[in-house]
Design a protein around this ligand. Structure first.
Ligand SMILES: [Fe+2]
Ligand SMILES: [Fe+2]
Length: 266
């Protein structure tokens, strides 16, 4: 874990990073919104669990946390979820039913603590109105992007993320060339099916999110993107299906592997 920082009025980023050999670091963010009924979006990686809980409880009393939005069931979004629910008696999980089922492969969430939503759902939480959307790229069928109508923030889950040599808190501090190179890699790596899709259909969720005119885009795997920069990410996403599928390098040198087995060093 790294030190938390703010992405907007009372929006706290709990940041970490996943090193990806040969590519750089993938940011891994969760977000705490403290105003109104306090809301956490995602819960970090299992490897960070203890640090994540320390960082979270330094920002809010466990008894004050009311909602945990889990954008999807992947481990980098659910790492501290069980610990948070154990410590925060008033916190409910807001997620998709598919994610609840997939999370239950590892631990179960008491049914009375879950509220489910689908793309297209809207929910009022105190003064805040949230709408749920299917982001254009995703790697779990339960994935939800969340738009907070009270402040114009789009929480886009895995979508619109990047992988870079050195993570910055703000898009404006990164080399754009590096950001968009990592953007093209990550958004295809999590969704290799983008090379197979009908481009017109792929554009629908991009347009749906763009029509919300987010003032701030917060990906779990990217820096804070503000105001005028946001439409540039929508344009970059629109061209993803025109690119070939991205695959990681494979080490398929069987002879070399057998040599190491037959003649171990030392
Ligand atoms: Fe994911
Ligand atoms: Fe993720």
């Amino acid at each position: 874990m790294k030190a938390s920082y703010t992405a907007g009025p009372d929006i706290h980023v709990l940041p970490s990073a996943l090193p990806i050999p040969g590519l750089g670091d993938q940011p891994v963010n969760a977000f705490l919104v403290r105003s109104g009924q306090p809301l956490l979006v995602d819960t970090g990686m299992p490897v960070d669990r203890e640090d994540f809980l320390d960082s979270l409880w330094s920002l809010i009393e466990p008894g004050d946390l009311r909602w945990v939005v889990v954008t999807h069931d992947d481990r980098d979004h659910t790492g501290a979820l069980a610990g948070i629910l154990a410590a925060a008696p008033h916190a409910k999980v807001l997620t998709n039913a598919l994610s609840v089922t997939r999370i239950s492969e590892e631990f179960s969430i008491p049914q009375g603590r879950v509220v489910t939503a689908n793309p297209g759902s809207r929910v009022k939480i105190g003064d805040r109105e949230l709408s749920f959307h299917r982001p254009p790229t995703f790697d779990s069928p339960g994935t939800l992007a969340v738009f907070d109508h009270s402040d114009g923030t789009l929480y886009s889950s895995d979508s619109f993320g990047t992988v870079v040599e050195e993570i910055s808190e703000d898009f404006a501090d990164l080399s754009e060339e590096e950001f968009f190179h990592g953007f093209d890699v990550l958004n295809r790596a999590i969704a290799p099916w983008t090379a197979l899709v009908d481009e017109a259909k792929f554009l629908r969720p991009v347009r749906e999110l763009a029509a919300l005119r987010p003032t701030r885009l917060l990906s779990a795997h990217g820096p804070t993107v503000r105001e005028d920069a946001v439409p540039r990410l929508f344009r970059a996403m629109a061209r993803i299906p025109s690119l070939p599928a991205w695959l990681p390098g494979a080490d398929l040198d069987l002879e070399a592997a057998l040599d190491t087995i037959e003649s171990p060093a030392g």
